[in-house]
Design a protein around this ligand. Sequence first.
Ligand SMILES: [Zn+2]
Length: 243
Amino acid sequence: MLRKTEADQRPGQGDEDEGTPVSVKIRERLSAARKRFNANDNIAEFIEPGELEALLDEVEVKMKGVLESLVIDVDNDHNTDNTARRVAKMYLNEVFKGRYVAAPSLTEFPNAEHLNELMIVGPITVRSACSHHFCPIIGKLWIGVMPNEHTNVIGLSKYARLAEWVMGRPQIQEEAVVQLADLIQEKTRPDGLALVMEAEHFCMGWRGVKEMNSKMINSVMRGVFLKDPNLRREFLSLLPRKN
Ligand SMILES: [Zn+2]
């Protein structure tokens, strides 16, 4: 991490922030607050208005450096002319947006009907990337909810929004499902929560073992799904996974 030099602190130097990369400013705030900023953490509350645009410019410059180090003639190759900017935009505004924007707002309704039957949402398409290689992880997710009379009910599409927010970060599948389960648990407080995620990791197909058809399946069971094997069996038997 960069520390301010004496020159930076000399009075009469104008804006002492001038020249400090925006990523350094954001990192300093995170460190001051003792917040973790791993690849799959959301850091939206530490980014000030306008800084995301500055971050985009910074990533573009660094990305251009990567292309140059790959000995690609970015000045003359029309194909890679604007690639650094496109990749920077893709990371910050699309595929890793879940790190940089606040959680989607949810309208919660009281469970007026006192629903207490197993509810399953899915398949929700999951798009993420692995923290190890930044290669896509594409798959499906099913969410089982066992509500009680105090459970806040959220619209079905909101589960997909929450999943998109958590998965829109460089992830590790095992950690991603736990992060999503924690989030849904906190927002809706059901008696039980079950998640199953099945995904293809492109880093296994494109490189490494070059195995195209292997999938990783993870599940998280909470509350009554842990205690009641029949309920767990019912949930798993209702997943239309063979397709
Ligand atoms: Zn990987």
